[in-house]
Design a binder for this molecule. Structure first.
Ligand code: NDP
Length: 281
């Protein structure tokens, strides 16, 4: 039997627990605050920002919503981030990506103070993570580790194969898995014989952004499959990076799309905001 990992339910449980944490901080005189910066009018980004704002509101995290025009220069954005870095009422800063072409995402990430890095993508935080001394963590990889923990799926000693090496998902997840004592392989578009490598996995994580590219013959029977992908097909359906249709009864655990990894990312962002607020005292 295949267990479907319910990310929606898990994220909602975590968010309920965070309400108490936010209240405790407020009682202690600290109102946790997340600054959310949106540059431009990308419709998908507007939805993401609205969802983050709503989640924060439900938990009792204040948000400082800053919407800048799409012509904003890099210098203007970096100046704003520098001001937020030194604002003691702001504990976490998130700049929604993608950014307009005139702004270099790396320069933006480098400017956010590591102790206010809501997304955990600043190189200082990535460095700490790779040294097994984690501080702020990338939210999607952290969400994956939390799902595995909640479903009591052992990671130590397991063969973990991660397909995808982005700074957002694959790389930080590899470090988290290594820190959790897994044996980790990272595959990518230049990997030779992907099927052979993927079939070695006890835990297979797929984050390629290619709709349903991983099929049953890439997967060992009984493996745990974490499908990070979110792809919208021409007919409007949302699918993952794994063709999930014939996996029922073949794999041991599977994250659905939607409702698997996706909801965990926002929950982890909220958790991290509260942790950063707590550490600021
Ligand atoms: P990127 O495009 O940044 O990275 C994709 C990675 O997949 C790259 O490392 C690329 O290899 C690799 N890849 C692409 N094609 C192949 C292939 N044919 N064989 C093997 N490897 C391949 O994507 P992200 O990491 O940002 O996102 C991945 C997916 O996860 C997307 O569907 C995205 O929507 C989703 N996502 C979901 C989130 C959530 O909250 N659930 C959050 C973030 C992302 P190479 O490096 O060689 O180019």
């Amino acid at each position: 039997m295949t267990v479907m990992i319910d990310g929606k339910k898990t994220a909602s449980q975590i968010q309920s627990e965070l309400v108490n944490k936010a209240q405790a901080l407020k009682k202690a005189g600290l109102t946790p605050c997340l600054a959310v910066v949106l540059v431009g009018d990308d419709p998908a980004s507007q939805v993401y920002v609205r969802n983050k704002h709503r989640a924060a509101q439900k938990i009792g995290i204040k948000t400082k919503d800053i919407h800048l025009p799409k012509e904003t220069s890099q210098a203007e954005l970096l100046k704003l981030i520098t001001e937020l870095n030194s604002d003691p009422t702001v504990h976490a800063i998130l700049v929604q990506m993608p950014l307009p072409a005139q702004i270099d995402a790396e320069a933006m990430i480098n400017t956010i103070a590591p102790e206010k890095d809501a997304d955990g993508l600043n190189p200082t935080n990535i460095g700490h993570l790779f040294m097994d001394d984690p501080r702020a963590l990338a939210c999607t990889p952290r969400g994956i580790m939390t799902l595995l923990e909640k479903y009591q799926i052992e990671v130590a000693g397991k063969e973990v194969v991660i397909i995808g090496r982005s700074n957002l998902v694959g790389r930080p997840l590899a470090a988290l898995m290594l820190n959790a004592d897994a044996t980790v392989t990272i595959a990518h578009s230049k990997t030779k014989d992907l099927k052979k490598i993927a079939r070695q996995a006890d835990i297979l994580v797929v984050a390629t952004g290619r709709a349903e590219m991983i099929t049953k013959d890439h997967i060992k029977e009984g493996a745990v499959v974490i499908d990070v992908g979110i792809n919208r097909l021409a007919d409007g359906r949302l699918v993952g990076d794994v063709a999930q249709g014939d996996l029922d009864g073949y794999v041991s655990y599977l994250t659905p799309v939607p409702g698997g990894v996706g909801p965990m990312t926002i929950a982890m962002l909220m958790q991290q905001t509260l942790e950063l607020a707590e550490k600021s005292r």
